[in-house]
Ligand binder design. Sequence first.
Ligand code: THU
Length: 164
Amino acid sequence: MTQKSIQIAVEEYNSMADLPEADLVLMKLAEEALNAAYAAYSHYRVGAALRLSNGKILTGNNQENAAYPSGLCAERVAMFYAKSQFPDENIEAIAISARSEDFTIEEAVSPCGACRQVMAEYQIQQNSPIRVVMKGEKGPLLAVNSIKALLPLMFHAEELKRKG
Ligand code: THU
């Protein structure tokens, strides 16, 4: 057995004002988008804003349902909308923010596994990295320059090809 370790690079920003301008623009829109979330069950509102390679910025928020698994996260609402409208554009960056009606979110919100998987597929398909910027109500903001940082050892379409 050999043991390997995988390192990831994460940027930390003390406040929104410290973000690079392009991230700041996205994060402000993510914060705005969370206000319109349909979070009737979790009371946990998430907003996402993404920038496409044509410069367009699109937003999404979480949409819940009484049949819980039927709901969808903010990130996937935004990404599926973006790719349904602009299939040939790359997603360059996505900003995510959250606010709870019941408590203070102490750390930057980090996308769930299913959203990471969707980001990973688009990143591979478009052959250019997706930057992810994350914010909570407290604590530093975090950013990674590629979905590889959030999903090491990812499952991708190559795995579906029969080998040998
Ligand atoms: N949620 C998101 O929209 N994005 C995340 O990154 C984490 C979780 C939503 C799903 C659900 O509506 C609520 O937050 C609580 O899990």
